[in-house]
Design a protein around this ligand. Structure first.
Ligand SMILES: [Zn+2]
Length: 83
């Protein structure tokens, strides 16, 4: 039975489950879930391939540095300063 990931279309209105996304096993024969079983808010199916939804957050300077990137910040005098 395939597992589908769903997340609230409007996370502001969702319950704790669908606000963050949840996985549900459903037979292929069943139509796609359209609302959260808990709070009945509309949900959308996430692209399969991810077991848990990942919210992409902007890379912080420290994260980027940890990943080996060199961060350059433009200074007001027009020069780039290595952070
Ligand atoms: Zn919900």
């Amino acid at each position: 039975m395939p597992t589908y990931s769903y997340i609230a279309e409007d996370p502001e209105k969702g319950c704790p489950a669908c606000r963050r996304g949840f996985d549900l096993r459903r037979p292929l024969s069943r139509p796609a879930l359209e609302s959260c079983p808990l709070c009945k808010q509309p949900v959308k199916k996430l692209i399969s391939g991810f077991n848990t939804p990942k919210i992409t957050k902007p890379l912080s300077v420290s994260d980027a540095k940890a990943a080996g990137f060199t961060i350059l910040e433009k200074r007001c005098d027009g020069n780039y300063e290595k952070l």
